[in-house]
Design a protein around this ligand. Structure first.
Ligand code: NAD
Ligand code: DEZ
Length: 385
């Protein structure tokens, strides 16, 4: 059995070495020739999986080690009898930690002593948005949830969810929808000129869903006018050849790495390993946990003299500080041509440093308040009181 896998999927050899022969190829440039004699194909979000890639090949199973599936022609795979599996939720916690870190930076920028005074509108309340909402509520934030598909289909939907306008009126708006064009509630350019016109300088807009959910030409234009909101973008239209002018105009710019914790990546590989094992009728004995190394930073300690709010900031940013990714992307955008900038964007993702989730860090709190302990727990740190 031949397994063709994107060269940037971690631990393919460790998980699949005894399932078949493995051939690594570039996900960005993967062609029909690369996959013709494959039985199994493993991709990331950068490979378009469709008739052009697979027709005439031996491929019977496609797995994407990602949450998003907009790069895959699901209809064509089904018609062609090719089994498909994604990795729902694999890196949801990583994205949530990205948003929490952005929120902590924003609160600091606004000189807000208590970050939980910010209201947060979450658009798209699935694995990522749902986990974000749960953590924010536990910390004490007020959240508004916008998810029309869920609002329509769930019995309590009308009471739980708000419409997009209401979510867009919050201090912070965080987008976590999939990219859809033909659904009942399409998200392609869901945030366009009109929605952007309604946002103001007292607001923060975060997009860690898919770049095409925001009309980026309209955003670039809005950011050139008065009273514009602050914007944090992790995802972009036309990746990897993103608009350098837009990078210049946003507050925080990261190269589609919100989901790039080591835990998130390894869980993605593990979920596809489980799906393939089931497809082939093989036992799935390997688990992500056995491949996670000891974290570089394993413990921090705060005493009763710690400023409680600063303690959360310090611990959160010890795990992940988006300003480092922002600096690297801005530097990469100095390259002179579109091609070079695109290659640099992909390099930043390929050579991404090891980033561990908050659950890998033990936090010792001596003589601190119960509410601080609850907030640390809500974020996901391991506590030692
Ligand atoms: N930046 C990153 O690194 C990163 C990482 C993981 C996922 N993502 C993106 O985030 C998306 C969401 O991930 P998830 O795991 O939460 O997916 P999910 O499928 O669990 O949830 C998506 C939610 O969005 C809702 N939705 C659909 N259309 C909507 C609309 N028009 N308005 C509001 N809500 C709508 C759905 O009903 C669903 O509840 C993924 O599809 C992927 O594109 C990005
Ligand atoms: O959909 C996802 O899971 C994320 O967007 C994922 O982090 C994308 O990463 P990639 O597959 O491009 O490495």
């Amino acid at each position: 059995m031949l397994i063709v896998a994107d060269e940037n999927i971690p631990l393919v050899e460790a998980f699949f070495g005894d399932v078949g022969e493995i051939r690594r190829v570039s996900g960005r440039t993967m062609s029909a020739g690369d996959v013709r004699d494959a039985d199994v194909l493993l991709v990331r979000s950068v490979t378009r999986v469709n008739r052009a890639l697979l027709e005439g090949s031996r491929v019977r199973f496609v797995g994407t080690t990602t949450i998003g599936t907009d790069h895959v022609d699901l209809g064509w795979l089904e018609e062609s009898g090719i089994r498909f599996s994604a990795a729902p939720g694999c890196n949801a916690n990583s994205v949530v930690e990205y948003v929490l870190s952005v929120l902590s930076l924003y609160a600091e920028r606004c000189a807000l002593n208590d970050w939980s005074r910010l209201t947060v509108g979450i658009v798209g309340v699935g694995n990522v948005g749902g986990e974000l909402a749960e953590k924010l509520v536990r910390i004490g934030f007020s959240v508004k949830l916008c998810d029309p598909p869920r609002a329509e289909h769930e019995p309590e939907g009308a009471n739980t969810f708000v419409d997009l306008d209401e979510a867009l009126a919050c201090d912070v708006v965080s987008l976590h929808t999939p990219l859809t064009r033909d659904s009942a509630h399409p998200t392609f350019h869901m945030i366009g000129t009109q929605e952007l016109a309604g946002l103001n300088a007292e607001q923060l807009l975060i997009n860690a869903g898919r770049g095409e959910v925001i009309d980026s030409a309209a955003l670039c234009d809005r950011l050139g006018h008065a009273n514009a909101p602050l914007v944090a973008l992790d995802v972009w239209e036309q990746e990897p050849r993103i608009n350098p002018e837009l990078v210049d105009r946003v507050w925080l710019a990261t190269p589609h790495i919100a989901g790039y914790s080591l835990e998130g990546k390894v869980q993605g590989t593990e979920m596809i390993y489980q799906a393939i094992s089931k497809f082939l009728g093989l036992p799935a004995r390997k688990q992500a946990g056995q491949f996670l190394p000891e974290p570089a930073l394993s413990k921090v300690s705060f005493t009763s003299s710690a400023d409680e709010r600063a303690a959360i900031r310090v611990a959160l940013r010890a795990c992940y500080d988006p300003r480092q990714d922002d600096g690297r992307l801005r530097h990469a955008m100095r390259a002179p041509t579109d091609d070079e900038r695109g290659a640099a964007f992909d390099r930043l993702r390929r050579d991404y440093p090891v980033r561990r989730e908050c659950s890998s860090l033990k936090v010792q709190l001596k003589g601190t308040s119960k509410s601080l302990q609850d907030s640390f727990r809500a974020i996901g740190f391991k506590l030692k009181i």
